[in-house]
Design a protein around this ligand. Structure first.
Ligand code: ME8
Length: 666
């Protein structure tokens, strides 16, 4: 059977510096997507690589006392190393200094010339070397580069131009007929506005430096790095070399990148492809940017986050999980060490790790370590199998649209429900009566099976833990290799001998860490992440939830700015509103959060009619765990104030001016 091909790419990264959190983010996201598609049976080609030409790199090499080639070899190796450390499963790694690529770029230039899309002219303009881009005077900001704010240099040279202006209309037509071409939609709108503003022809050759690919028909000219770089996506899958491979994988399914280079990928790149007569990639996805503790990451600030150091300290899964869970893909995010620890403790160690240890410990204690045979799934025991089916669909749909954080939230909705189910059912009490014992098998089966299916659904993101989760449940093999269908309910064989083991995701001592970091007033957060009072009725020695019940902060307790920063408040525009059937209190809202659409259920029906809210801007807590209210998923919470006395007045919080949906409230 011919498997459907799937071609996904990261940008190729400049080798003027060592890789950091930002590079790892895009690469891990693409890796998760590649793994997910492989689990779904696709024939995946996942490409990453390095962008090694250009003046910036030439200067950096000289400054460090290397030849350009020796320098790029050294840095390219550090990318390869990091991807190994982070379990990146790329199928190709392209370097633009590869002779095969040099040949392809030269052929591309020749084809563009033959199509009369390249002509000779002369260029005078402001050039930003770090961005490798020319800017007209009108675009400079206070005389500096509009993208990076650095100094620009006046440059004058004979140059070749690509007729980009000719492609404005065809590009707009393509975007109009293929709205999924640029995602998220906010970036699409930005690009449409940019193209509508008029495209100027693009200077595609340089004579001011030599570290580049020689333009075949113009001695002394090297290819503009962006044309060189973008062409990598063709070279790597055999363009002009291996027709079978090329025809299989082109057009790419998705080029993933940071938002700052969407313009190159959704304007220049498709115009070149149109000129070459090649189909356009199906999608260009621009994700958001990470800051660190609110600041831009930079060497001079000394705040560059090295993912390999985090992986060594907390594990590869923790790094991959945090990046993809913490921030909806498409939005900007902020990295802080305490948030990292907090997130990993709460989800991986507490929710997931504990669910496994509760499941295995109870199976050992009550069933001699063998997974029991489930009985008939009656209410309320049907809860988990039914939710698992819903989550399987939800997680798949989310992965399919690169909404990693939604996919992970879905799985953790199931994990959370299983922990709550244990608390509600108290299996240790069932074991005390004959009647209870007959139900106990079903309950314990459901808990263990929840761990098993969750491991499969997490496998695209977590490359290590899921296999161990399975191992401790007594299943040999890898959830990833078993494939997505293995996440269907009922695969766990009764009689399987579970194996107790070390915690798959050990807790980090957040309190000690907060003290170490001398986070002013960090005790609240540290307490919340540290073991708290045992509050449920699980017997002593019972694998319990007590350890992960988080202490509620006492009223009036002061919080730190970091505590506040954990709450992701966003402006949302209400698109639709209706009363939840069978409820006189709840309204169901569909809101636009900029990069995504969400459903939120709010208890304001006694105070607002749905029509009052449609079109209104509101403020929502965007990172609240989803909850089900009257059978409806609420994915976030609307902020509203209410008066204390009678009659109660309720007012929805709304920004004083209209803002783009998704704007952060802080
Ligand atoms: O632009 N947050 O390479 P580059 C999130 N060579 N992502 C970040 C990030 C951050 N703070 N910093 C970097 C280039 N990235 C060109 C690309 S492609 C044909 C040529 C990620 O080394 C993000 O994916 O500057 C961004 O687009 C990319 O690194 C830029 O890498």
């Amino acid at each position: 059977m011919n498997r459907q091909p799937y071609y996904i790419t990261t940008p190729i990264y400049y080798v003027n510096d060592l890789p950091h959190l930002g590079h790892a983010y895009t690469t891990v996201a693409c890796d998760a997507m590649a793994r997910y598609k492989r689990m779904r049976g696709y024939d995946v080609f996942f490409l990453t690589g390095t962008d090694e030409h250009g003046q910036k790199i030439e200067r950096k090499a000289v400054a460090e006392g290397f030849t350009p080639q020796a320098y790029v070899d050294k840095i390219a190796e550090s990318f390869v190393q990091l991807w190994e450390t982070l379990d990146i499963s790329n199928d190709g790694f392209i370097r633009t200094t590869d002779p095969r690529h040099v040949k392809v770029v030269q052929r591309v230039f020749q084809q563009l010339l033959d199509n009369d899309d390249i002509y000779k002219g002369s260029y005078e303009g402001w050039y930003c070397t770090p961005c490798e881009a020319f800017f007209p005077e009108s675009q400079l900001v206070d005389g500096k580069c509009p993208d990076c704010g650095r100094d620009v240099e006046w440059t004058q040279e004979e140059a070749y131009f690509f007729r980009l202006s000719k492609y404005g209309r065809p590009l707009l037509d393509h975007i109009a007929t293929h709205p999924e071409f640029i995602e998220p939609s906010s970036r699409r709108n930005e690009m449409v506005r940019f193209i509508e503003g008029g495209l100027e022809d693009l200077c595609v050759s340089r004579t001011t430096f030599t570290w580049g690919i020689p333009v075949p028909f113009a001695p002394g000219h090297v290819a503009y790095v962006w044309i060189d770089a973008l062409t990598n996506y063709l070279t790597a899958i055999g363009y002009l070399g291996d027709a079978e491979m090329f025809n299989k994988y082109w057009p790419a399914d998705v080029h993933v990148m940071g938002k700052e280079i969407v313009r190159f990928h959704s304007v220049i790149w498709p115009a070149i492809l149109m000129s070459l007569g090649l189909p356009l990639p199906k999608q260009v996805f621009g994700h958001g940017w990470w800051t660190v503790e609110g600041e831009k990451m930079s060497k001079s600030k000394g705040n560059v986050i090295k993912p390999d150091e985090y992986a060594a300290e907390f594990g590869v899964d923790a790094v991959r999980y945090f990046m993809l869970r913490e921030v909806p893909f498409g939005q900007d995010g902020d990295f802080s060490r305490m948030n990292f620890i907090y997130r990993v403790n709460a989800d991986l160690a507490n929710d997931l790790g504990n669910l496994l240890s509760r499941a295995t410990a109870m199976i050992i204690k009550f069933c001699d370590g063998k997974v029991p045979e489930p009985g008939v799934q009656e209410e309320p025991d049907r809860l988990l199998p039914e939710l698992a089916a819903e989550v399987l669909e939800g997680a798949a749909a989310a992965y399919d649209r690169l909404a990693f954080s939604d996919a992970l939230a879905e799985v953790f909705r199931l994990v959370g429900a299983a922990n709550k189910y244990i608390d509600d059912v108290a299996p240790w009490n069932l074991a005390k009566t004959e009647e209870g014992k007959s139900r106990l098998g079903t309950v314990l089966y459901n808990i263990a099976e929840t761990v098993r299916v969750s491991a499969v659904m997490l496998a695209p993101v977590l490359t290590r833990g899921p296999r161990q989760l399975w191992y401790q449940l007594g299943i040999d093999g890898s959830p990833e290799e078993a494939g997505w269908e293995a996440a269907r309910w009922g695969g766990l064989k009764p009689g399987t001998q579970v194996r107790r083991g070390d915690p798959v995701y050990p807790r980090v001592d957040a309190k000690a860490e907060a003290q170490r970091l001398k986070v002013a007033g960090g005790s609240a957060k540290a307490e919340a992440a540290a073991p708290a009072k045992v509050t449920d009725a699980e017997p002593a020695g019972q694998p319990g939830r007590g350890a992960e019940v988080q202490a509620a902060p006492p009223a009036q307790e002061q919080i730190t700015i970091e505590d506040f920063a954990r709450i992701d408040l966003r402006v949302a525009t209400v698109l639709e509103a209706e009363v939840v059937k069978g409820s006189d209190k709840l309204l169901k809202l569909q809101v636009d959060l900029g990069s995504e659409r969400r459903q939120i259920v709010a208890g304001i029906a006694k105070h607002y009619v749905p029509e009052d809210l449609v079109g209104k801007q509101v403020v929502v807590v965007a990172n609240l765990k989803p909850a089900k209210l009257r059978g409806e998923i609420s994915n976030g919470m609307l902020l509203a104030a209410s008066s204390a006395g009678e009659p109660v007045v309720v007012a929805v919080v709304s920004p004083e001016k209209d803002l783009p949906a998704g704007s952060k409230v802080k």
